[in-house]
Ligand binder design. Sequence first.
Ligand code: SF4
Length: 240
Amino acid sequence: MQRQQIETKTQEFEDASPYEILAWASESYGERLAIVTSFQITGIATLHMLQGIAPRAPVLTLDTGLLFPETQDLIADLERRLQLNLRRVKPRQTPRQQARDYGDRLWERNPDRCCHIRKTMPLRDALAGYEAWVTGLRRDQSAGRASTPILSRDSRSGLLKIAPFANWSEDRVWDYIREHDLPYNKLRRVGYPSIGCWPCTSARLEKGDARSGRWANRIKTECGIHSIQRGQSPVEAAHG
Ligand code: SF4
């Protein structure tokens, strides 16, 4: 899709449901469409909705080697329940090998490099061969995500990036999760608003910022997959 087509379609999709957007994505890209999820609540709703559209769609999740056991349990549970066509994307180095080459606890000294090694590069490699990918970004998650487009050209991978739930609120996603009796990460019950690698996730929550528990007390707000840092708009990030 050309940039103009993307902008026209994304406007059109402002009034569409995530189901309609996912159905269009599946119809347009088939097996060249990847679902990328870290099994947050929007990712869970995405996977469930896809059961009625493309149940064997390729699902990629980044297994950094530093996930909470609760997250691993949730992934295994949903993989079994939904019969997911799931690929756990791993970094080239184990945490131990990374510590040997870059020193212990790289996430404390240089989290950008750590995310680059454990998330950004592995995802870039895993997306090779696809033409489009689905993400669970929502505009209400943080100030940095407030103008997330439903469709954009991903500046890192060059693929079409699709955010079907961009204009859903967190409450609406929770309603969907409850309505369909879907499992979610047990850490949500003890105050974790967004759950990533254990060294960089805390239960802290600033009002109105669902991602404030990620890299708390640092300027970093994103791992790099979505290319959004404070001061840069998502549209700039999406279009490079
Ligand atoms: S979230 Fe933290 S531990 Fe995980 S890859 Fe990024 S810096 Fe490393």
